[in-house]
Design a protein around this ligand. Sequence first.
Ligand code: NAP
Length: 245
Amino acid sequence: MDPKVVLVTGASRGIGRAVAEHFATLGHRIAINYATNEDAAAAALAAVRAAGAEALSVAANVGDADEVAGMFETVGAALGPVEILVNNAGITRDDLMLRMKVDQWDEVITTNLRSVYLCSKAALRGMLRAKWGRIISVGSVSGLAGNPGQANYAAAKAGIVGFTKSLAKEVGSRGITVNVVAPGFIATDMTDALGGDVTSAAAERIAVGRLGTPQEVASVVGYLASDTASYITGQTIVVDGGLAL
Ligand code: NAP
C-alpha cells in the first residue's frame, strides 16, 4: 500500500495512540490529535516518530467546528490531505437516567458523535478528489447492546453506526469506505477509571477471559484501512473477546 496521510483523533492515549503507532509501522504519515494532555501527546508523537513515521500532533476539540476546521488546515499544510481518518476521540460521563444532567448528555453527544460528522465532512472533500479514502470510527458494544448508566454514550455510539451506513451508501462508488470498529472492554485510562472490581467482573463475562489491549483494536482498524478491505463498507466490526456472545 502507498504511504497515506492518516489523522487519528484522540491519539495521545489508549486506543488512538495504538492506532497511530500501528499506522506508523506501516510507513504512513501520521497526525495525532488530542484535546488537552500535552505530555501524553508528546509521548505519542515521540513513539510514532521512533517507528520511522513523519508525524505531527495537533490540539483541537473535535466537537468544535472551528477547531476541527483549523486542525484540517494544519494537517493539510504539513502532511497533505487526509486519506485515512480514524474517528477515535471519545469520553464517558456515566450516570443513571434520572441523575443524568443535560451537560452530561450534551458533552458526550458533542465529543463522541458531532465530532464524527465534523471530521468526516472535513476529510471527505479531499477523499472525493482522490477517489480513495477510508473513514473508520470507533464505536462501542454499548452502542449495540445498551448499558445501564450509559444512555448518552450508547446513543452517541449507536448514532455512529447509522451515520456510517448512510455515508457508506453516499460515497461507496467513489472509492471511499466507511466502517465502525466496536470494542468491548479494552485496558485504557477509560476502563481504569471504572476500578478493579468492575473490570474483574467484566473479564468473567468475556469468552477470552481478559480485557483487550489497544493494539488488538488497532490491528482491526489497520485492516479496514488497507486495500485488502476495499469491499467492506458500512459495517460494524465487534472487537470484544466474545463479550457479546
Ligand atoms: P482514553 O484512554 O480515555 O483516551 C481518550 C482520547 O481522546 C485521549 O487522546 C483524549 O485526549 C482524546 N479526547 C477526549 N476528548 C477529546 C476532544 N474533545 N477532542 C479531541 N480529543 C479528545 O480512551 P480510550 O479508552 O482509548 O477510548 C478511545 C475510543 O474508544 C473512544 O471513542 C471510546 O469511546 C472507545 N471505546 C473504548 C473502550 C474501552 O474499553 N477503553 C471500549 C469501547 C469503545 P487528551 O489526552 O488530550 O485528553
